[in-house]
Design a protein around this ligand. Structure first.
Ligand code: KE4
Length: 427
């Protein structure tokens, strides 16, 4: 149950902000409750306006890889802001960020900064269409790429050739070039290419989908997508907005050794400030304005504050060998939860990659989002609230992924495991 001040704030928010929130997942609708409002956040902890503190596993949906308000970032922001917060004119930070991304991400030879993950995926698809001269885009059920009109599309009646909008306000015409297929099913992709392969501009996917809980690509699946897109001359786009710089320094493409043509990035590279990026082969990126025919722009793209904060976060991760630390903490959490599930005689599924994890309230193997939908949602909701009441904040949706930060301690993990053990009694 949330505190009285949060309740009052939420009532006021709903009068003047749609649904009382600036992004739907924050409304706690997937757990049939009202959200708390945050007063402050430091390290692994977040404190609400009623003074209750939680161990935080949202990490502002990925950016807080060092934890909240790390001194290296807050100090950087103070220093940089003194010399101006936005110029609309090139600044050296943009070059340093671009160089870091080019050095770290295997697929990236050139990169363009934007201000959100949505802008990154929208721009990458426009670029792929401009580069190939083709219209169709293949995406996967359960993968989320931001609120781009033509990506808010589910498999429709013409599943092999066109999609249907799954949001109001998206005209059928906007959805007709998007083809949505099930993830981890190579035949489904082959069928589409057999039908319209010569008109497929791109495949876009989260290489490890994390917007349907955390779904693992089957052995060889990413390599299959790499092979078939090369065979048909389609652009392979990895949406690494969430996984980038988190599951490994070079993201999933480093971890799994499959290199896409374009990569969408965001979250971690902004240090908590608004950011996105897309990059890839220079041959494709050179199609972008001002040199190329594909227009793309942004007032605050490459903003010095976001660049400086993001760079400081990336350098700190490298200096502190943050990815090794995240693996140790993630393994401790996973082993602990698996032990507790066994103790309670529950064969629920759990997936984890480094600091990203998801507990699925089903014993079905998680092949794709269809299996996630079969989970016991009521059990999930009871589990979520029992944890929250005990001061542990897991994602308020069964279709989200949890995030551990470098600021989480072994003590935090053990405290979380105690709370999980108690919460499992409520389901
Ligand atoms: P933004 O436009 O929200 O910055 O990024 C969109 C996006 C693109 N690609 C992937 C793989 C993403 O996960 C996201 C956004 N992630 C969600 C969390 N599941 C953001 C949380 C929210 O919508 O409030």
């Amino acid at each position: 149950m949330i505190g009285p001040i949060s309740q009052k704030l939420f009532a006021k928010a709903k009068e003047i902000i749609p649904g009382g929130v600036n992004s739907p997942v924050r409304a706690f609708k997937n757990v049939d409750g009202d959200p708390f409002f945050v007063r402050r956040a430091h390290g692994s902890r977040i404190t609400d306006v009623d003074g209750k503190t939680y161990i935080d596993y949202i990490g502002t949906w990925g950016p807080a890889i060092l934890g909240h308000a790390p001194i290296v970032i807050t100090q950087t922001l103070h220093e940089v802001a003194k010399d101006g917060v936005s110029f609309g004119t090139p600044n050296p930070w943009e070059i340093e960020m671009a160089q870091t991304i080019v050095d770290w991400v295997p697929s990236v030879e050139k990169v363009r900064m934007v201000n959100s993950g949505t802008e990154a995926t929208m721009s990458a698809i426009r670029l792929a269409r401009g580069y190939t001269g083709r219209d169709k885009v293949i995406k996967f059920e359960g993968c989320y790429h931001g609120h781009v009109d033509h990506l808010l599309v589910s498999a429709g009646s013409g599943a092999l050739t066109h999609g249907e909008p799954d949001s109001a306000g998206v005209p059928d015409d906007f959805a007709k070039h998007t083809i949505t297929v099930p993830f981890n099913k190579p035949d489904a992709v082959e069928e589409v290419f057999n039908a319209v392969g010569d008109d497929v501009a791109a495949i876009i996917l989260e290489p490890i989908p994390a917007n349907a809980g955390l779904v693992m690509p089957r052995e060889g699946y990413l390599a299959f997508l790499r092979e078939i897109t090369s065979r048909y001359g389609a652009v392979l786009i990895f949406d690494e907005v969430m996984t980038g710089f988190r599951v490994a320094r070079g993201g999933v493409q480093e971890l799994m050794g499959v290199t896409p043509d374009l990569t969408c990035m965001g979250k971690v590279i902004g240090g908590g400030l608004p950011v996105g990026a897309f990059g890839g082969k220079a041959e494709i990126m050179n199609f972008l304005a001002p040199d190329g025919p594909v227009y793309q722009a942004g007032t605050l793209s490459g903003n010095p504050l976001a660049m400086a904060a993001g760079l400081r976060q990336l350098k700190e991760m490298e200096k502190a060998k943050g990815w090794d630390q995240l693996e140790l903490l993630g393994a401790r959490l996973e082993d602990g939860i698996r032990g507790l599930l066994k103790e309670h005689g529950l064969n629920y599924q759990m997936n984890r990659v480094g600091s990203m994890f998801c507990l699925f309230f089903t014993d079905r193997e998680i092949v794709n989002v269809d299996d996630v939908k079969a989970a016991d949602m009521d059990a999930f909701k009871r589990f979520f609230w029992a944890l929250l009441d005990d001061g542990v904040y897991f994602a308020p949706s069964p279709y989200e992924t949890g995030f551990i930060s470098v600021a989480h301690s072994v003590g935090d993990i053990d405290e979380t495991l105690d709370a999980v053990g108690k919460a499992l009694k409520f389901i």
